[in-house]
Design a protein around this ligand. Structure first.
Ligand code: CO8
Length: 259
């Protein structure tokens, strides 16, 4: 598929890299872009050679939100009946391999929600996160009111969502929204390093870990612990578990075959 609003490439033959590419609009997210993003993520997810993905934007903006111009004239009936705006965001949630968000510049509104849909966020020191929808007379619509409080706690989620203020990378790291902060010129090296490392691990256990942590995020503790136990036991049926443990016992590097 030819893409117009994103750029797609691979790194080291095993990492899929997707760059949002509407620089003049600060990567504002419209339906066409989200369709392309969903297709690219699905293609990498289905590609046997790929073990991890990195999603990034420009230095100035990861994404400044959903495209306000495209939404401005919608009525309630339009968006409700057509499930507009949010419909094609669901593709991201179905991706089973890890997706790392490499965030530089603005990650606002739908842009912050998109970053939070990824499995973890590595931020450049110039990153700014926020849910400014309140200033537009709306609320976050792609999971922001659910994922942000789980990530940073109720107090900060309320503060950010009700005031619409932005938080910088240092505050985002303190709050637990991002896993690492690096100088802006080191952002892609850091994200690709993590992605290449993940790609070399057993794909089965990587996917199981992602699925199980998402269960923690989306369910109660007892259900989550039971889900983890089932997956943990199931991994003893894989060759990669035998290989990983044998390699450790024999003091050699594991060679995973992803099965
Ligand atoms: N939508 C459309 N265009 C945008 C957006 C956006 N979200 N953000 C920036 N742009 C455009 C500007 O209109 C401008 O275009 P032009 O040059 O043609 O005038 C261009 O990008 C550059 O922007 P600025 O001149 O404003 O650049 P500044 O550096 O002065 O400011 C800001 C940068 C602070 C990021 C500013 O652009 C801004 O506040 N943008 C809007 C941020 C925002 O409110 N985001 C939330 C949008 S609502 C949303 O995301 C709801 C999500 C609901 C989820 C549903 C799934 C999608």
């Amino acid at each position: 598929m030819a893409y117009e609003l994103i750029e797609v490439r691979t790194e080291g033959g095993k990492v899929g890299v997707i760059t949002l590419n509407r620089p003049k609009q600060l990567n504002a997210l419209n339906d066409a872009l989200m369709d392309e993003l969903g297709a690219a993520l699905k293609a990498f997810d289905a590609d046997e050679a790929i073990g991890c993905m990195v999603l990034t934007g420009s230095e100035k903006a990861f994404a400044a939100g959903a495209d306000i111009g495209a939404m401005a004239s919608y009525s309630f009936a339009d968006v409700y009946k057509g499930d507009y705006i949010t419909r094609n965001w669901e593709a991201i949630r179905a991706i089973r391999k890890p997706v790392i968000a490499a965030v530089s510049g603005f990650a606002l509104g739908g842009g912050c929600e998109l970053a939070m849909m990824c499995d973890f966020i590595i931020a450049a020191d110039n990153a700014k996160f926020g849910q400014p929808e309140i200033k537009l007379g709306i609320i976050p619509g792609a999971g922001g009111t659910q994922r942000l409080p789980r990530a940073v706690g109720k107090a900060k989620a309320m503060d950010l969502t009700l005031t619409g203020r932005m938080m910088d990378a240092a505050e985002a790291e303190r709050a637990g929204l991002v896993s690492r902060v690096v100088p802006v010129d080191k952002l892609m090296d850091e994200a690709l390093g993590a992605a290449l490392m993940i790609s070399d691990y057993s794909r089965v256990s990587v996917m199981a870990a992602k699925e199980s942590i998402n269960r923690a995020f989306e369910s109660g503790l007892a259900d989550g612990v039971m889900f983890e136990r089932r997956l943990f036991h199931a991994l003893f049926a894989t060759e990669d578990q035998k290989e990983g443990m044998d390699a450790f016992v024999n003091k050699r590097k594991a060679r995973f075959r992803h099965q």
